[in-house]
Design a protein around this ligand. Structure first.
Ligand SMILES: Cc1cc2nc3c(=O)[nH]c(=O)nc-3n(C[C@H](O)[C@H](O)[C@H](O)COP(=O)(O)OP(=O)(O)OC[C@H]3O[C@@H](n4cnc5c(N)ncnc54)[C@H](O)[C@@H]3O)c2cc1C
Length: 391
């Protein structure tokens, strides 16, 4: 089989890239190791930056998002028992975030791919990358019992942090930057109407908590926990009691309680590999970088990467020029490092690392006080949180 761009991974970055390329008349084949249902059902991100919303709208995959997504003009920061609202819409000249689950984004992208009629294969096995330092890369894999080979002009490694694309690059050709945090998030999805219309990021002496939502009937909540936390030790009662202890404010605001639909522990890590390209292999999304989820940047960075890549490949196929291809890694890394800085800052301001002393806690509280009372500080948070334009 032959195509122009072989896309490894059918998550958000792979399928968004596939659609962006399709709109430029560029052919691709998407190869995904999991089943379609598995990829859709994974509970992950849910906050879309203004730029991602604008991108999905511009390329015709945003209809359901605009109907069902929850547009938020502000977020709340809570500490010392009180909520402080930051009006992002006003501070950024009319930009906002949209709460729309990654599952829903994935469904819309899968649907878009199907309507193009271009190939997308699920449950591929033993995928390996070959000759991507030459002009004719190849991808070998097993599908439905048969060995396959895909010849392509370029390979897009959109296969997430644990995929095969990044490790296929010779180790000496890349540099990895890594920080692992001494805490994780215990996240739940609960069938309960959100008690606040907007997200609440909470600092407490018991550790961080985040109140969030996925729809008018489903609440998403997180608790800071140990990286090796055993979820089996957390009964539903224990989770609700800890959430209430951290989130309840002095004036009595607290989340609504309901049946827990899903729970899990997510590790916290900052990671970047440079450069994001080797020969004709391009890394995009979580394959190249991951951020702690505090800044809600992972999915949005993936969208920004593949937009840059689609523009670069479109220029190449239109004119034969390689300028945008050659700039791909640097263009993406500038945004990636800004998002890394912001995600690290939000994470360090709001979590207890376990080795801080009384001075460090007072300093965190002073920073939160400054953040919620200075227009300059609120503007800085707001413009980073709603994100910088993608298109
Ligand atoms: C557990 C978890 C929870 C998260 N929670 C949040 C959150 O609360 N908020 C937030 O903002 N972000 C969150 N994120 C980050 C966000 O979900 C990611 O940034 C986003 O999914 C990146 O998209 P991607 O397509 O680059 O990678 P992925 O979504 O990881 O997609 C990669 C795809 O490649 C496939 N694949 C892997 N290996 C192969 C192979 N060898 N061959 C073929 N296919 C392969 C995978 O099955 C997967 O479908 C979370 C991530 C994880 C892992």
């Amino acid at each position: 089989m032959r195509t122009q761009v072989g896309i490894v991974g059918g998550g958000p970055s792979g399928l968004l890239l596939a659609h962006l390329l399709h709109l430029q008349g560029i052919d691709s084949v998407v190869l995904e190791s999991r089943s379609e249902e598995y990829v859709i059902d994974r509970v992950r991100a849910g906050v879309l930056e203004q730029g991602m919303v604008d991108l999905m709208t511009a390329i015709g995959v945003g209809d359901r998002m605009r109907r069902e997504g929850l547009v938020h003009h502000g977020i709340n920061i809570s500490f010392a028992g009180a909520l402080h609202r930051i009006n992002m819409y006003e501070l950024t000249g009319g930009r906002a975030i949209t709460v729309y689950g990654q599952n829903e984004v994935q469904k819309d992208l899968n649907h878009a791919r199907r309507t193009t009629g271009r190939p997308m294969f699920h449950e591929v096995e033993n995928l390996t990358l070959h000759d991507f330092d030459s002009g004719s890369p190849r991808i070998r894999y097993r599908h439905q019992g048969g060995e396959q080979e895909l010849q392509c002009d370029f390979i897009a490694g959109c296969d997430g942090f644990h995929g095969v694309s990044r490790p296929s690059i010779p180790e000496a050709a890349v540099t990895a930057f890594d920080r692992v945090y001494p805490f994780a998030w215990l996240g739940i999805l609960a069938e309960a109407a959100p008690a606040s219309e907007e997200l609440v990021y909470t600092w407490t002496e018991r550790g961080f908590a985040l109140f969030s939502m996925r729809s008018p009937t489903v609440t998403r909540l997180y608790l800071q926990c140990a990286p090796d936390e055993d979820i089996a030790l957390w009964s539903d009662d224990r989770i609700w009691s800890e959430l209430n202890a951290r989130l309840t404010t002095r004036d009595g605001w607290k989340p609504n309680v309901g049946p827990i639909l899903q729970k899990g522990v997510t590790g916290m890590r900052s990671f970047v590999v440079e450069p994001m390209r080797y020969g004709r292999l391009f890394l995009a999304g979580d394959a190249a970088h991951i951020v702690p989820p505090t800044g809600a940047k992972g999915l949005n960075l993936a969208a920004a990467d593949v937009f840059v890549l689609s523009q670069a490949l479109a220029e190449f196929y239109r004119s034969g020029k390689c300028a945008l291809i050659d700039a791909y890694s640097d263009t993406c890394l500038r945004r990636v490092w800004r998002a890394q800085r912001f995600s690290w800052w939000m994470t360090s301001m709001l979590h207890l690392s376990g080795d801080e002393n009384a001075f460090d806690r007072r300093r965190q509280l002073a920073e939160l006080d400054y953040l919620t009372s200075s227009r300059a500080a609120m503007t800085s948070l707001a413009e980073n949180y709603v994100g910088f334009p993608i298109i």
